[in-house]
Ligand binder design. Structure first.
Ligand code: PXP
Length: 246
């Protein structure tokens, strides 16, 4: 069965828009994570960025203490984050590239160009009992390098597939890249996850990619929850307002 990891960064983005610098605020990403788990999600993903623009250090710790499924800690390969992960002990770390000005993680890791440094980090994390996934573009050379690094998983970047979904030829090209990369990773004994830009429209076509274990989906699920949850939130407020003595 294909597993779902829900990325809850976007819940924290909304909270930070109003409550940055405060100890608490709504919506609470931990509450959101628990709702996702209760709804059947197989794991929770959160990205602690160097600029702390959405998820905060305390969120990671609270997630670690409260969720019952797998914690997938997305992070850049920096000494600060490696030390954070070693004390947090998530089930899995997904190493991602990070650029300050990007809106979200834009491209995959350059596993080919960072073979040595990624191998060292992979080893340190594995030694602490933490599995390692590398977020890479669907590219055979990157898959091969991920194998040399010794990663247990790759997460294939589906952003380009999502972007090109409405252009027939480009969509097919992206799908081929994903299919070939997934086959290659599987041959090399690496588990294959995928994520970025997936939504209810482009999901079923992605099923042509073999060997997928888990999809990490954030923006679409959190956006959709605004739409499907808005009526309930308005009803709740109106219900409370009925208590006004007039
Ligand atoms: N996987 C990785 C490695 C990511 O960086 C992100 C975005 O934070 C996702 C999955 C989820 O992408 P989206 O929010 O587009 O569903």
């Amino acid at each position: 069965m294909l597993k779902l990891g829900v990325n809850i960064d976007h819940v924290a983005t909304l909270r930070q828009a109003r409550y940055a610098g405060r100890e608490r605020g709504e919506p609470d990403p931990i509450e959101a994570a628990l709702i996702c788990e209760a709804a059947g999600a197989h794991g929770i993903t959160a990205h602690l960025r160097e600029d702390r623009r959405h998820i905060q250090d305390r969120d990671m710790q609270k997630l670690r203490d409260s969720i019952k499924t797998r914690l997938n800690f997305e992070m850049a390969n920096t000494e600060e984050m490696i030390l954070f992960a070693l004390q947090l002990k998530p089930e899995i770390v997904c190493l991602v590239p990070e650029h300050r000005r990007e809106v979200t993680t834009e491209g995959g890791l350059d596993a080919v160009g960072q073979l040595t440094i990624l191998t060292t980090s992979r080893q340190r994390l594995n030694d602490a009992g933490i599995e390692v996934s590398l977020f890479i573009d669907p590219d055979l050379a990157q898959v091969q390098a991920s194998s040399q690094i010794g990663a247990q998983f790759v997460e294939l970047h589906t952003g380009a597939y999502g972007e090109q979904f409405h252009r027939k030829k480009e969509r097919q090209d992206e799908l081929h890249r994903l299919v070939d990369s997934s086959r290659k990773a599987h041959e090399l004994g690496i588990g294959v996850n995928a994520g970025h830009g997936l939504n209810t429209q482009n999901l079923s076509e992605l099923f042509r990619v073999p060997h997928l274990i888990e999809l990490n989906i954030g923006h679409s699920i959190i956006s959709r929850s605004v739409t499907v949850g808005l009526a309930t939130a308005v009803h709740e407020m109106l219900h409370l307002m009925r208590n006004y003595p007039a």
